[in-house]
Ligand binder design. Sequence first.
Ligand SMILES: *Cc1c(COP(=O)(O)O)cnc(C)c1O
Length: 228
Amino acid sequence: MAGENVEPQQGAVTRLGEIRDRMGRAEADAGREPGSVTLVCVSKTFDAEVIRPVIVAGQRVFGENRVQEALGKWPALRAETPGIELHLIGPLQSNKAREAVQFFDVIETVDRDKIAVALAKEIAAVGRAPKLYVQVNTGAEPQKAGILPEQADDFIAYCRNDLKLDVSGLMCIPPVEEQAAPHFALLNKIAARNGIKILSMGMSGDFEIAIELGATHVRVGSAIFGAR
Ligand SMILES: *Cc1c(COP(=O)(O)O)cnc(C)c1O
């Protein structure tokens, strides 16, 4: 594999380039505008020293799954480089809602009434409004976060109409043991009928299929930073 004979950090930069190339080919194959899909580089579990070279190489959009971990490493990295965009891609507890609203640019995991209410309250209190995506549990897996597909329309309407939240995207994580394509297609359908333009779907193993099925954001971690 490319990068095996170089420093781990340099390996990440090499692999970032490879992922960007593959995204470009997937965009072209799907007849989509070059550069129209945003790479959310998933840096969870990796330290600032590993992330920094990827920022130096030009990457600006990153995903973290834990509020506390992100608060530990990102303030310094953000101070070094302007224009970093941070996405929260892991489950959010309502007692972390304030910190999440203060710190993240995008919260991709809005998935239940309680967290939506907490976010609405904190957005009003803090005076800062991150972009919000609703996470849909497309595989209806009991252990997985996300609103059920059949409840998605009502939940989006509740966020918009009752809480005045601006839901701009949808996110999903398909079941690991299934083909991802039907899940991506389902998310696309829910987005279309709700007038939602942003689709965060596709990870290291399936981002090209996601781009073919309309992803505007792909979340890629291990294919860039290596195994966690
Ligand atoms: C970890 C994670 C990813 C990245 O997964 P890889 O397979 O490492 O690319 C994407 N999305 C979410 C929600 C994650 O938690």
